[in-house]
Design a protein around this ligand. Structure first.
Ligand code: IVH
Length: 695
């Protein structure tokens, strides 16, 4: 990744750039009001630095270059040892060049690096006297910071009492996890405040706020441990000699939170290649982390190497930040679209002024539901912070409230279904057309006929539109009573196509219950959930007889989902009866209905215990292209196979994954599995494992 610098053409543009950068930087550290996103700020600083390199005699005293926090913040509590910033690299080449210059300074190759995530929050120094947390100070200008001790009890991971009565300073980052950020904005807007644009702003604003009517929690991660003036001599000497990785272990032993317990713990690496491999692993794990990181920090691990390398006025020479592409940008919310899905859900979607994030142009972001819009106080024309990481659908973090001009307009919520004009059922968070799945009949029938549901060949979107428009089908069951004459009466319908379609429909009648259930499109029951329900209950009658409590016996169905599934199945009763009457299969091959003992509320692990087969108890993820005996299987068929063999299929790799089947071209999921030490299997190896279940 390389970020192009802003081009500065003359002295007045330079002066303006310096002023903008100092303002943005002050706002950044004060919390909540920076008009620039990180990328725009970085480009501005690089433009300033480039101009200064060409005009060294015209550098303004206010210039942010070469200063901690861009020289924009001050403090009144002196730091014992300067709290420095970090220099950046953006590519493997730049990193390799940095290690070469480090080797020159140190006098030999550095053979042990520590590699840890660069946490996206604010640096603080926590002073402990005899094990008790007495003072918390921000980084400030690096030599002195601001006393923020009032925040002490609100920061998770920063204990008020250490495990030993030692006098030390712990340094690290205060941030908000994604969940803490959402909570903070909810509380803040409920108190009439404006939402914070992103977790970093929220942490900055919250840390410095003194007299608020409410408190919201934050999280601390330590990345430094050093002696204070009063530290016992032997301990001070020991800390001074410890490698960074040892210091982190000592901090953790004292009860301080470090990255050790996260999915991206700090590690040591011995070569440039090992460091770069770890950088890739952390980058791959980034989208799934519950907190923001903006890079990877690489440090010479040994104290002796650090001392030999020394420090500049702004940054140490023994550490570097390997920056990752920004995942957040500010853009404008132009419009909100309301789309009706196949189940009748009316979902809002944000239309954005196109913005490039990490190489993709983003024009849409999810908005979840109307309550979510209200909660975030979003308005048309707002500047919004958009977040996009990995393959996850982009989301709006929050409006950038201080950039409002007063011309922003409220977002209008529909009063009638935007598709069919019927009433809207607003009783749940997600609004729904009162016509339900019949509102968007074409979408719901196309879905039902799809490859992973009833798999009716020849019944594509165009054909469905034709059938609906001709009045031949008004619901899913009508498909199964279509006659040859009716089909022949349609345009562009030959005898052969008609016979093929009728045969495909007849075949669809015998699909397993899991697919029939999935075809019904009950909200919250996609392919894998439908399979779990069908395998658990075995027959449609048993599913329909289940109350909410029984429904919760199925893995993954909790107190919220269970009643809505039960209610929707009741709503679908006439359609299900009609399907059964038309001869559609209502049983799951190989599954047996639960006995009364199974459904006893005490036996919550029944579903898991019932499973046997070579994958019993295992969560399996498939990624990349399948080959050999698995080549013809769709992803859904692979998942069906996993579940037939007793396993549980999942689409994302986590600590809970037991096995990853990685085929040709497998990418980030494979990398993530390797990073987490999860067992990998090639398609052929997996095919052998489940050979008895390949049908
Ligand atoms: S080491 C003297 N380690 O990044 C070494 N800093 O851009 C300086 N940061 O001011 C700090 N994660 O606020 C270090 N694992 C990490 C870090 C980290 C985040 C922040 C810190 C620092 C800034 C420099």
């Amino acid at each position: 990744m390389t970020t192009p610098a802003a081009v500065i053409l003359d002295a007045s543009a330079y002066a303006q750039a310096v002023e903008d950068a100092v303002k943005a930087s002050a706002a950044y550290y004060a919390g909540g009001t920076s008009p620039l996103d990180d990328d725009a700020y970085d480009r501005l600083i690089r433009g300033i630095a480039a101009w200064e390199a060409d005009h060294p005699d015209q550098v303004l005293p206010d210039s942010p270059t070469g200063k901690v926090a861009g020289g924009a913040v001050e403090g009144d509590v002196p730091h014992t040892v300067a709290m420095l910033s970090l220099d950046n690299v953006f590519s493997p080449e730049e990193f390799t060049a940095w290690t070469a210059s480090l080797a020159r300074r140190v006098g030999h190759d550095v053979t042990r690096f520590s590699v840890e995530p660069k946490l996206d929050g604010l640096a603080v120094a926590a002073r402990y006297l005899h094990g008790r947390l007495t003072r918390l100070i921000t980084r400030g200008d690096g030599t002195a910071g601001e006393d923020v001790s009032h925040a002490i009890s609100t920061i998770e991971g920063l204990p008020e009492q250490l495990a030993e009565p030692v006098t030390v300073e712990v340094r690290g980052e205060v941030l908000m996890t994604t969940a803490q950020f959402e909570h903070a904005n909810e509380v803040r807007t409920a108190h009439g405040g404006q939402p914070f644009a992103n977790p970093r702003n929220a942490a900055a604003g919250t840390l410095r706020a003194k007299e608020r009517a409410y408190t919201v929690p934050m999280t601390f991660f330590g990345y430094g441990l050093l002696p204070l003036a009063d530290t016992e001599t032997a301990l001070a000497a020991r800390l001074g000699e410890s490698a960074h990785s040892d210091l982190m272990a000592q901090a953790a032993a004292l009860g301080v939170n470090t990255t050790a317990e996260t999915a991206v713990p700090g590690i040591t690496a011995h070569t440039v290649e090992e460091v770069l491999a770890r950088v890739q692993e952390i980058a791959a794990l980034r989208p799934g982390l519950p907190f923001g990181i903006d890079g990877i920090v690489i440090k010479a691990d040994f104290a002796a190497d650090q001392q030999a390398a020394g420090s500049g006025s702004r940054a140490p020479r023994w550490a570097i930040a390997y920056k990752l592409p920004a995942v957040e940008k500010i853009t404008r919310l132009l419009e909100v679209e309301w789309n009706v899905g196949r189940t009748g859900i009316i979902a809002p979607r944000a239309v954005l002024e196109p913005v490039e994030i990490d190489g993709s142009t983003i024009t849409y972001a999810t908005l979840h539901n109307p309550a979510d819009i209200t909660r975030r106080d979003l308005r048309l024309g707002d500047h919004v912070m958009v977040h996009r990481a990995g393959d996850v659908i982009p989301r709006i973090e929050a409006p950038v409230a201080h950039l409002r001009t007063g011309t922003e307009q409220p977002i209008a919520f529909p009063e009638a279904c935007p598709r069919c004009g019927s009433d809207i059922d607003t009783s749940e968070q997600r609004w729904r057309c009162s016509n339900g799945r019949n509102c968007h009949l074409v979408a719901s029938l196309s879905y039902a006929a799809g490859r992973d549901q009833l798999d009716i060949e020849g019944l594509g979107h165009t054909r469905v539109v034709q059938l609906v428009e001709a009045g031949l089908v008004a619901d899913l069951a009508d498909l199964f009573t279509l006659t040859r004459d009716q089909l022949l009466g349609l345009e562009r319908m030959s005898e052969t196509s008609t016979d093929n379609l009728l045969a495909a429909i007849a075949t669809a009648k015998s699909r397993p219950l899991s697919r029939v259930l999935c075809a019904l499109g009950v909200r919250g029951t996609g392919r894998s959930m439908s399979r779990r329900i069908a395998r658990y209950f075995a027959t449609m009658d048993d599913i329909r007889a289940a109350d909410a409590e029984t429904m919760q016996q199925v893995e993954g169905i909790g107190t919220e989902k269970a009643p809505s599934i039960v209610a929707e199945l009741a709503e679908l009763a006439p359609l299900i009866d009609k399907l059964a009457a038309a001869g559609v299969n209502m049983t799951e091959p190989g599954a047996t209905p639960p006995t009364t003992a199974d459904t006893d509320a005490d036996s919550t692990t029944v579903a898991a215990e019932r499973a046997d087969g070579p994958l019993a108890g295992m969560t399996v993820v498939v990624t990349g292209g399948m080959t050999g005996p698995l080549e013809m299987l769709s992803r859904n068929q692979m998942n069906e196979l996993i579940e037939r063999a007793g396993g549980r299929s999942s689409s994302s790799v986590s600590k809970k994954t037991h096995l990853v089947v990685a085929g040709e071209g497998a990418g980030s999921k494979r990398t993530k599995a390797e990073a987490l030490g999860i067992r990998l299997a090639a398609p052929d190896e997996f095919a052998t494992l489940v050979a008895d279940y390949l049908s």
